[in-house]
Design a protein around this ligand. Structure first.
Ligand code: ZN
Length: 78
């Protein structure tokens, strides 16, 4: 199988999907291939992944319930 080569522009476009595991098998492979050779895209991806982890951790905690209550309150007032 010939590996698809992508450039930084394409890689950056797909980084969020990569982090969210929303890419297809081939795109994913291409991303991995690119990040293997491109340190800047790799660190960008790591950054996004950590950010996502933090946001995920926040969402698992008390934020949704608080936010949910706030939204309910807002809806009631309308
Ligand atoms: Zn790159």
């Amino acid at each position: 199988m010939t590996k698809q080569q992508i450039d930084c522009e394409q890689a950056l476009k797909q980084i969020l999907e990569y982090v969210d595991h929303e890419l297809g098998e081939h795109e994913r492979e291409a991303m991995q291939q690119h990040m293997h050779t491109c340190k800047s895209c790799y660190s960008r991806m790591e950054f996004e992944r950590r950010l996502k982890e933090k946001v995920g951790a926040l969402c698992d905690d008390e934020v949704p319930s608080q936010l949910g209550e706030r939204i309910k309150g807002l809806l009631k007032s309308f």
